[in-house]
Ligand binder design. Structure first.
Ligand SMILES: [Zn+2]
Length: 361
């Protein structure tokens, strides 16, 4: 890949494992995009332009101009997602099955951890595991979360959202991490689009999870990382659940430590709601493609949730009980509203969508 001097060039990242995630993401962006553009006539003449931009906040957005589909990810985004994974995994008692090796390793010069990605005052001492395998696992989960974000952006492109927004409102599609509350007429439309982009990403993520599960056969390091998980006999199910849980942690992290930033007028559905429907959509898609022990998942997933909530609470990243209760109480209604809203608004972008009408629902 060629990077212009005005962009953020990931090749300048000193730490090799981090540099690798940034470079892989750029390669993966092109792979996922080309598989769609080769398949759908509307995508055939379009070109992907994936770039890292210099910035100081979590940002990932897409825009379509003429024949170009531009995905922009701000320089700290992947780093901050990995910091979150590092921070969680730094405690050996958390996810104790991810051990595999006692080989000592450490990240150099860990800066403070931003406990609220949008509030610089909430800083904690940065931590990371001191075990080579847990560090690699952190890289894998950060890469998986970044892949979800990437697939979400590609979802906006193939659903026609970006071309629609550029043409009608001269604006880019929403930032994945946007916490903006909007009062204009497009709020419901934007929420509908965000929901659809999340669903596209959820349909694509199983490929990543399957690849990771398969890699264990040939990759010695992965065999070590998942040694204890393998011994439980349900590797694919556990990797699926671990992936869903790190996505959950990322969504909780977006909400941040501060007061509730989301409401009915937010451009995105509440992150906890996003985490819930993403979980359901990924499991459904995985089940369509693989033999999956659903009973095992239903039994074990609540335990993973407890472990993650407990760990997130140690950084005060968990949401106040009243908010969680309120969302769970209203979850069915909120979901029904979202799905109906998405159905109503889906047709708006039909003209720009790559997908043929029969794939619209
Ligand atoms: Zn989006």
């Amino acid at each position: 890949m060629l990077w212009k001097s005005s962009d953020f060039n990931p090749e300048n990242i000193q730490e090799e494992s981090l540099r690798r995630i940034y470079t892989y993401q750029a390669i993966r962006a092109n792979e996922v995009y080309s598989s769609f553009s080769a398949h759908y006539p509307r995508g055939k003449k379009r070109i992907l332009d994936y770039k890292y931009i210099k910035g100081d906040k979590l940002r990932a957005y897409t825009t379509s101009i003429w024949k170009y589909d531009k995905i922009r990810v701000s320089s700290p985004t992947i780093y901050m997602v990995r910091s979150l994974c590092d921070q969680l995994l730094a405690n050996e008692g958390f996810l104790p099955t991810i051990v595999g090796s006692d080989k000592y390793a450490k990240r150099e010069n860990i800066p403070n951890f931003l406990a609220d990605p949008f509030e610089v005052n909430f800083q904690l001492q940065g931590e990371a595991p001191d075990n080579a395998n847990r560090l690699l696992f952190s890289d894998l989960m950060a890469d998986m979360c970044a892949t979800f974000i990437l697939c979400h952006e590609i979802g906006h492109i193939i659903c026609g959202h970006t071309a629609f927004f550029k043409t009608l409102f001269n604006s880019e599609c929403l930032d994945f991490f946007s916490i903006t509350t909007s009062k204009d007429i497009t709020v419901e439309l934007k929420q509908a689009m965000e929901y659809d982009a999340d669903i596209v990403a959820s349909a694509l993520l199983p490929q990543y999870i399957e690849q990771l599960s398969k890699s264990v056969k040939s990759n010695k390091r992965h065999q070590e990382i998942f040694k204890e998980v393998i011994s439980q006999g349900k590797l694919q199910e556990d990797i699926l659940m671990l992936s869903l849980m790190f996505l959950y942690a990322m969504f909780v992290y977006i909400q941040g430590r501060g007061e509730l930033k989301y409401n009915a007028m937010s451009e995105h559905p509440h992150p906890l709601l996003r985490a819930m429907y993403v979980k359901d959509a990924v499991i459904t898609r995985m089940k369509e493609r693989n033999k999956l022990d659903l009973a095992y998942i239903l039994e074990k997933l609540p335990m993973y949730f407890d472990q993650f909530d407990e760990r997130l609470e140690q950084f005060s990243l968990n949401q106040p009980e009243v908010i969680i209760e309120d969302i769970f109480r209203r979850q069915d209604g909120l979901m029904q509203g979202l799905i109906e809203n998405a159905k109503i608004h889906r047709g708006v972008c039909r003209h720009y969508s790559w997908l043929p009408p029969e794939e619209w629902n």
